[in-house]
Design a protein around this ligand. Structure first.
Ligand SMILES: Nc1nc2c(c(=O)[nH]1)N[C@H]1C(S)=C(S)[C@@H](COP(=O)(O)O)O[C@H]1N2
Ligand SMILES: [Mo]
Length: 303
């Protein structure tokens, strides 16, 4: 059931494979200098200043997904066990259309875009990732949030039989994260559905995960099964665990150090062990787009 579908677009009437192949074909033609006759639906948009994206291999091999263990290679080793079909998302709280929605009712393929974003982990490594996703606002608006909703909270799947990391950690599962409503509705915020035109790899948070490019990576919660609208700041996993180290906002900020390490520079995965570290940019380089969200806030206090 597609209860929110309003109008038909090219992708609606084109099978997925044809759609993706056609994009690849057109991109190839453009690279060869040939004129493209047809407009490119959902063309990749570069939000990373032309920096070379990391390889799919790197993006799938070096992960944080503590449900599968704390090692960077644990998600690649164990996330394959996670069942992602069927998948549904519970929507509750201050919203006019609460309910349990099948993935197919949430994700309209026609709305999926490809966007290349810088992605920076709080541990000071970074990548450039070509995400596929839908602007989160487009999804949230379908639920008709009520005016009283000031925050939106997310929860990850908690399934011990498929997630070996759940038993071996002091985290209060499920993994939780939240955004202020204006952050959630910002046009840069995506609900990620894939990488490099492939469905989201399980270790990267299949089938849907948040992508908030101006915040440290842990805000981008994976494998989402619940979305709640609240009037108070919701609990967030790392903030609950170490509030002094991980604030609710967690905007990338090179001028505010993590209590145990500097945030001024970063190591780009794939650069090699002896490569020079790169300077980290305010709001991860998205200052022009997002700084106004925090006007008047002391960003040394609201970390
Ligand atoms: N559910 C869940 N989401 C999560 C995490 C996690 O452990 N569990 N780790 C976070 C952290 S610390 C980072 S840096 C990113 C890593 O995303 P990636 O593996 O796709 O690069 O996922 C975030 N989302
Ligand atoms: Mo992270």
């Amino acid at each position: 059931m597609r209860r929110f579908r309003t109008d038909l677009t090219y992708a609606d009437v084109t099978p997925k494979e044809v759609f993706l192949n056609r994009r690849a074909l057109l991109r190839g033609a453009a690279a060869m200098g040939a004129a493209t006759i047809l407009p490119l639906p959902a063309a990749a948009r570069d939000f990373a200043g032309g920096e070379t994206p990391n390889t799919l291999e790197d993006i799938k091999a070096y992960n944080n997904f503590y449900e599968f263990g704390t090692g960077k290679d644990d998600p690649a080793k164990y996330a394959g066990q996670m069942t992602i079909d069927p998948w549904s998302v519970k929507v509750d709280g201050l919203v006019d259309r609460p309910g349990t929605y099948d993935l197919a009712d949430l994700i309209d393929e026609a709305e999926v875009e490809e966007r290349i974003y810088r992605f920076r982990c709080v541990e000071a490594w970074s990548m450039v990732i070509p995400w596929n996703g839908i602007e989160l606002s487009k999804i949230l608006n379908k639920f008709s949030p009520q005016p009283g909703a000031k925050y939106v909270a997310f929860e990850t799947l908690e399934r011990p039989s498929e997630m070996p990391g759940l038993a071996r950690s002091n985290i209060d599962w499920p993994y939780r994260e939240g955004l202020r409503m204006d952050e959630a509705m910002h046009p840069l915020t995506l609900m990620g559905t894939g990488i490099y035109g492939e469905p989201m790899p399980k270790q990267n948070g299949a089938p849907i995960r948040l992508v908030v490019p101006w915040k440290y990576g842990f805000k981008s919660i994976k494998s989402i099964v619940r979305i709640s609208f609240t009037d108070t700041q919701p609990p967030a996993t790392w903030n609950m665990l170490q509030p002094r180290e991980y604030g609710f906002y967690s905007n990338v900020n090179p001028t505010v150090d993590h209590p145990r390490w500097s945030q001024a520079t970063e190591r780009r995965i794939g650069d090699g062990l002896f490569a020079k570290r790169r300077p980290t940019l305010m709001f991860n380089g998205y200052e022009e787009e997002v700084a106004s969200l925090y006007a008047g806030m002391d960003l040394t206090k609201f970390i």
